[in-house]
Design a protein around this ligand. Structure first.
Ligand code: PLP
Length: 403
């Protein structure tokens, strides 16, 4: 609870800070403790052993036998790395619209002199493979060099069908590269780089991998590496050729982020101890509990899950649309001020319309139930109409079907 001190007038927070943003996520103590160590020489054998263990573990998480490269950067850096390594000025890319993050990646492509076409899509529904196939079939001269997709659209909570969209590219017999942003899905939702034919995977450290913000990754197929050899956009820091080694990355532009590797080593061990399939099942269970709560609130014309298609709701983030005439940011601010609970706000055209609950990373049932309880109280306090019993609906699901 954040209350003002009677003596100093300062805000005082008590108890556990419920950090339920859709990234970054809370960092488990095990990872914090693993990072709480002295620096070592990043050119020495001790660091090489740690980084090789990490790259091997990452390959199991990406489900790939292909190349993975890491950067000291946020996800925006990995977005940019993909663009500058793969394309030449004037190349055309097709952005599959899903929300703020898809359009943002497209906007960055434009900044590098690429021609960007957007495949328009309703933000509340997943991308339609048939529409992608039809658009690619029309592109007889193969001007489209790549399809850019966000797997879990963090601004809307919609999950896109990565494998089905790959099949659409194949059905159109189109040679475009397939680039997928997994920043809010990797290590939380099933993702299979090789099986799903993804050429470049963009990922970040601060969500499913449970690390601080500041490390980013790209998974790169042999086809993408071949395209990079021909691409003309200038690059130095992001240059894949400079960074690559044989089995794992051989070079860092500057000092390697050693402490991130300490944390990553521990994160990968945690994921493997739990087992990736169980990690995904836990995320699904906690996401579904959240959605059941919102369904209870939906009574009395209350808030609703923004993502409409039950088969395409992200298991890492739920965006909750408040009824017309109400301000989602007020709900969010009340949660923070009164209950020390941090939620995500609406982005771009969804500002003030949705608040977002992140349910990813190191999370359990009581954390989700506590969040739902606080949000339900905030809805009351702010005067947003809603049905009662969100916590009860979530509990019943977790004890029953979701047990
Ligand atoms: N893509 C998606 C889907 C995201 O959710 C985010 C951040 O939340 C980004 C890209 C940008 O990543 P970063 O903030 O690490 O630069």
């Amino acid at each position: 609870m954040l209350r003002r001190s009677r003596s100093t007038g300062e805000h005082m927070a008590h108890g556990y800070h419920f950090f339920m943003n859709p990234g970054p996520t809370n960092i488990p103590d095990r990872i914090l403790r693993a990072m709480d160590r002295g620096a070592i020489d990043f050119t020495a054998a001790q660091f090489r052993a740690i980084s090789e263990e990490c790259f091997a573990g990452l390959k199991r998480v990406f489900k790939t036998k292909e190349t993975i490269l890491a950067y000291a950067a946020t996800g925006h850096g990995a977005w940019e790395a993909a663009l500058v390594n793969l394309f030449s000025p004037g190349d055309k890319v097709l952005v599959v619209e899903s929300g703020f993050f898809s359009l943002n990646w497209g906007m960055r492509s434009e900044a590098f002199g690429l021609e960007v076409e957007t495949l328009p899509n309703d933000w509340r529904r997943p991308a339609d493979p048939a529409r992608l196939e039809a658009r690619l079939r029309e592109d007889r001269e193969h001007r489209i060099k790549a399809v850019l997709l966000v797997h879990s659209e963090t601004s809307t909570g919609v999950a896109n069908p990565v494998a089905a969209l790959r099949r659409a590219i194949d059905a159109a017999r189109h040679p475009a590269l397939y680039l997928v942003d997994t920043i809010s899905s990797l290590a939380s939702m099933d993702f299979r780089m090789d099986e799903w034919g993804v050429d470049v995977v963009v990922a970040g450290s601060q969500k499913g991998l449970m690390l601080p913000t500041g490390m980013a990754f790209t998974g790169i197929s042999a086809k993408a590496l071949a395209a990079a050899a021909e691409a003309k956009l200038p690059r130095v820091y992001w240059d894949w050729k400079r960074l690559m080694g044989e089995a794992s990355q051989a070079y860092w532009n500057g000092t390697a982020p050693v402490h991130f590797f300490y944390g990553l080593q521990e994160a990968l061990r945690m994921l493997e101890e739990e087992g990736l399939d169980d990690v995904f099942a836990r995320h699904h269970r906690l996401a579904e509990a959240t959605r059941r709560a919102v369904r209870a609130w939906r009574q009395n014309d209350g808030p609703e899950v923004y993502a409409l298609d039950p088969g395409a709701q992200s298991d890492t983030i739920t965006a909750i649309l408040v009824p017309e005439g109400h301000n989602a940011d007020q709900v969010r601010q009340t949660c923070l001020d009164k209950y020390n609970l941090s939620l995500g706000g609406g982005l771009d055209r969804l500002k003030g319309r949705v608040f977002r609950i992140g349910h990813m990373g190191d999370l359990n049932e009581p954390m989700v139930l506590g969040t739902i309880a606080a949000v339900e109280m905030a809805l009351d306090l702010v005067g947003v109409p809603h049905g009662k019993g969100g916590v009860q609906a979530a509990m019943e699901y977790l004890e029953g079907e979701g047990n």
